[in-house]
Design a protein around this ligand. Sequence first.
Ligand code: NDP
Ligand code: DXP
Ligand code: MN
Length: 394
Amino acid sequence: MKGICILGATGSIGVSTLDVVARHPDLYKVVALTANGNVDGLFEQCLVHHPEYAVMADASKADALRAKIAASSVADIKVLAGAEALQQVATLENVDSIMAAIVGAAGLIPTLAAAKAGKTILLANKEALVMSGQIFLQAVRDAGAQLLPIDSEHNAIFQCMPAAYTTGTVAKAVRRILLTASGGPFRQTPLADLDHVTPEQAVAHPKWDMGRKISVDSATMMNKGLELIEACLLFNVEPDDVQVVIHPQSIIHSMVDYVDGSVLAQMGNPDMRTPIAYAMAWPERFDSGVAPLDIFKVGHMDFEQPDLQRFPCLKLAYLAIKAGGIMPTVLNAANEIAVQAFLDEEIRFTDIAKIIEQTMSQFSPESADSLELVLTADQQARNVAHSLITALPA
Ligand SMILES: NC(=O)C1=CN([C@@H]2O[C@H](COP(=O)(O)OP(=O)(O)OC[C@H]3O[C@@H](n4cnc5c(N)ncnc54)[C@H](OP(=O)(O)O)[C@@H]3O)[C@@H](O)[C@H]2O)C=CC1
Ligand SMILES: CC(=O)[C@@H](O)[C@H](O)COP(=O)(O)O
Ligand SMILES: [Mn+2]
């Protein structure tokens, strides 16, 4: 029996993880669940999954959860509050695996704490890896932690080269990685209309049901930019070894092109329970609840080159990873600020890339080889992005 802590339990990945966990009560026990401010959502999950701990990262919400728990059938659950409590539950002795499913930079510190404690990290929170890069990977290596990718593309790549991933012999056998992308909701929208698209249109992903931030990232294709950086880090390849391929059906979740001419693809219905179940059962497999792929219904599959004029964020991500140092941290921070401003209707969709580009132009690729340097760059980039947004004409 493995103990699992789900950071970000109330989100899209958290809910899918609990669905998979519930199918395997003989293999997994929920030790801790965390949310930011969603008291009702976390309380409902506590009633069903009865963890030992429930954490409200927004400490001001903890008393509301405490009151509900105290008056319920699960009154023995310990309710903790604040960001430090995330680290506490991610490193508990009876936690074997953590699902890192907090959105954005807020997930870095608890996920890093779990890595340093030698836990198995089921990594959905790509921003944590992108912003901290080698620091995170070194922490995993130093502690003998196990890092398993949840992001559907990286999980697919892992499935197509598991031995190489675990032995570090990737570079010799692999010609390139084909990183698939849906193209998002604006793949065919006339370019002139992109200035006026709304947050609701942007979060209406054609294939995946996800949180709002990652959905906007898919619409700008910054999601693929972050995933490019994630792939370079996880699989120890260069940016030019990763080809982004738009595949609107989202049935192939990525491919690996080997030097002998073999191209291995992982396919399946677009449902995150598949990569979650793969990582949770690894190196075995178990049921995820996902319906079998009806290949006849799929019928055909299309592949396109990404248009960097339509998707400038993808170009910015290539520039950031090639520049190295703090630039991926700066890219990620500026993107988080710009996406939130777009969701809050403070800026236009097309301003997102402009804010990121202008923020990046104010930084040079200085060293990112300590957590302190990373966190400083992250904060400075957020400040710059904020001031650029404030300076935009109304
Ligand atoms: N959704 C998907 O299919 C995929 C997601 N990912 C990645 O997984 C991560 C989660 O995505 P997704 O589930 O869609 O996101 P959601 O927005 O649906 O969920 C985010 C979760 O994080 C919690 N959270 C938000 N802010 C904070 C904070 N400051 N401190 C602590 N907890 C916080 C939320 O709590 P609350 O509910 O209380 O606000 C919620 O539980 C992202 O990094 C995303 O890129 C990767 C691949 C696919
Ligand atoms: C499900 C998943 O892994 C997402 O990251 C997905 O890739 C988003 O779709 P896009 O390909 O449109 O970014
Ligand atoms: Mn993905």
